[in-house]
Design a binder for this molecule. Structure first.
Ligand code: URA
Ligand code: URA
Length: 256
């Protein structure tokens, strides 16, 4: 974990190191800078800049504390937006929190913003999102509905777009997960939909969407249904048959 230091703190550190006799910016072990890959998003530097390790800051613990502090969705949004430990925030254009009606009986948890979501600052607005809207429209539900029974509330495991839409790393997932679970607690939906593998991984600790889809699970004491991600359905349209069955199962469960 690298810390961003302000000028005075950095100077104090440097003075302390000089006190200790440090006169060269050199590490414990040699680094071959000709073969080392360039760090993403950082300008190459010819000098070995002293890196301040802050191992005492555990981002998962920080995330849990921040999530716990939030006693409303608005407070949670603010805590997440200000959370400094996830590097994805630096590469993303927007912070993407949620869309739809927070009073909805159904909450959808997706993966992470893609390009369109990063531009618009809303989840599921690109091609996959348009398919998601058509899917739920087919059972009379949508994010614009004011009636909680027909409404959708939508969020993602990650609020920032990963570069090139790569899968989130285990560390990124672990530090953002306390916010997702708090998000579910605060929105308090009756049913949760886990869209795709990343969402199942985060909230069930399991992957294998092909087996999981359509099988009711439990997330924080609520029924949760894993479904194929609409981005997957765009590539595998034949799987829409299973998705239709899942949508009908959702509708039946909501009618109980
Ligand atoms: N895919 C997701 O999982 N979430 C989005 O918001 C957009 C695409
Ligand atoms: N992989 C995913 O992550 N989600 C799906 O729905 C299908 C494949």
């Amino acid at each position: 974990m690298e810390l961003q230091l302000d000028y005075h703190t950095a100077l104090a550190w440097l003075e302390w190191q000089v006190e200790l006799g440090a006169d060269e910016a050199i590490g414990e072990s040699p680094v071959d800078r000709f073969s080392a890959p360039e760090p993403v998003g950082a300008a190459a530097s010819p000098v070995a800049a002293p890196v301040v390790k802050a191992d005492e800051v555990d981002p998962v613990v920080e995330a849990r504390l921040a999530a716990k502090r939030a006693d409303s969705l608005e407070a949670l949004r603010a805590e997440m937006e200000a959370f400094p430990h996830c590097d994805l925030r630096r590469g993303a254009r927007s912070f993407v929190f949620s869309d739809g009606n927070p009073a909805a009986r159904l909450m959808i948890v997706g993966e992470a913003p893609g390009r369109d979501e990063d531009i618009q600052g809303k989840p599921f607005v690109g091609r996959a999102g348009q398919l998601l809207d058509r899917m739920f429209d087919a059972i009379g539900m949508g994010r614009a509905h004011s009636d909680a029974a027909q409404a959708l509330y939508i969020t993602n495991i990650l609020p920032w777009r990963p570069p090139q839409n790569r899968d989130p790393s285990p560390a990124e997932m672990a530090m953002m997960l306390p916010f997702v679970t708090r998000h579910i607690e605060l929105a308090a939906p009756e049913i949760v939909v886990l869209m795709g593998n990343i969402s199942c991984d985060g909230l069930l600790g399991r992957r294998g969407i092909t087996r999981l889809r359509g099988q009711w699970q439990e997330v924080q004491g609520r029924p949760a249904l894993p479904m194929f991600h609409p981005a997957y359905l765009l590539r595998q349209p034949a799987k829409k048959r299973e998705t239709w069955a899942d949508l009908l199962a959702l509708k039946a469960r909501l009618a109980r």
